[in-house]
Design a protein around this ligand. Structure first.
Ligand code: SF4
Ligand code: SF4
Length: 314
């Protein structure tokens, strides 16, 4: 939701003061890609840029953050606490975690409202289980930040047909508060996104920009958890395993809470007990080689047996 007119970050800062943008999220969301796009834009504007990043361990699913500082002269790559002009959260709770870095009273907070609940914060193994994770509503957070944009970027990306372009939707939102010409963003985007997803990414970027022009009511309840389902539907789960990328590390096999994965005779992972796979996505998040994609759909309870399907491609 947009609670204030789009802030012009660069105009709000003296020329000699670097602009500070903190980009945060979890592994696999594209934090580094977003920060590289911003760094490239700054370079094209002839600005001095410093970028630093921390990957959330080696596995996917951990915290990832990147500091971008640009201006006429930048000495340190690290944004001090309370000095970020923008905190851009690709995941809701990660965005909240870094709120203290925002400049009090003038900083802009942008975040996807979808939550990716870490598997180890869940209190049991059922779908949509209780969890010890940021319970704050969007309305609660937005009321504390003078300039906030909180779209359901993941939901919008799913509507566009590719959940992974949520980061580009947020880039579109970000573009409305930065001073770079929109043509520059459109020039730089193709350098960083896979060519086959360029068209969707361009639509996502525009969708993010358009979102800021519409009025939005703040959500009074907790934001939606990724892939939340209602009691009236059952999940239909399929695993897509890229055999060429699987390096037989066994991480997914050991970490699957339902013990339904195994390495086959070729040391490639496969789903051996489809009936108990819950679609929790732990395997997808933890695979260091992006070899597993979990696809979760829903069907009405009365038409769907508890079985799941596996799709394997080489
Ligand atoms: S799918 Fe990924 S995590 Fe699982 S064994 Fe292969 S490389 Fe390791
Ligand atoms: S989604 Fe993956 S980790 Fe979760 S139950 Fe199914 S196979 Fe196991």
């Amino acid at each position: 939701m947009n609670v204030s007119p789009a802030a012009n970050v660069q105009q709000s800062a003296p020329v000699e003061t670097p602009t500070n943008v903190l980009i945060v999220g979890v592994g696999g969301q594209g934090v580094i890609m977003v920060s590289k796009i911003l760094a490239r834009l700054s370079q094209l504007q002839g600005l001095h840029v410093k970028q630093s990043e921390v990957h959330g361990m080696a596995k996917r699913g951990g915290s990832v953050f990147s500091h971008i500082r640009f201006g006429e002269e930048v000495w340190s790559p690290i944004i001090p606490m309370g000095e970020a002009d923008v905190v851009l959260g690709l995941e809701w709770a990660e965005g909240l975690r870094w709120l203290s870095y925002l400049k009090p009273g003038v900083g802009t907070f942008i975040s996807d409202t979808r939550r990716i609940v870490p598997p180890f914060s869940c209190r049991d193994r059922q779908h949509d289980a209780r969890h010890g994770y940021a319970p704050h509503s969007v309305a609660e957070i937005v009321s504390q930040v003078p300039s906030a944009f909180a779209p359901d970027a993941t939901g919008m990306a799913i509507e566009l047909g590719n959940e992974r372009v949520a980061n580009t939707i947020l880039l579109g939102v970000l573009s409305t508060v930065m001073d770079f010409p929109v043509e520059r963003w459109l020039e730089v985007l193709p350098e960083f996104v896979p060519p086959k997803t360029l068209e969707t990414n361009l639509k996502a970027f525009e969708a993010g920009r358009q979102w800021t022009t519409q009025p939005h009511e703040p959500e009074l309840t907790e934001p939606t958890t990724l892939h939340q389902t209602s009691p009236a539907v059952r999940r239909k789960v399929s695993l897509e395993i890229n055999e060429a990328w699987c390096k037989s590390c066994d991480i997914c096999v050991k970490m699957c809470p339902e013990r339904c994965l195994a390495l086959n005779e070729h040391q490639i992972v496969e789903l051996v007990d489809a009936d108990v796979c819950t679609g929790c996505r732990v395997c997808e998040w933890l695979c260091p080689d992006f070899a597993i994609a979990v696809h979760v759909g829903t069907v009405p309870v009365e038409t769907m047996p508890a079985a799941t399907a596996t799709e394997v491609r080489a």
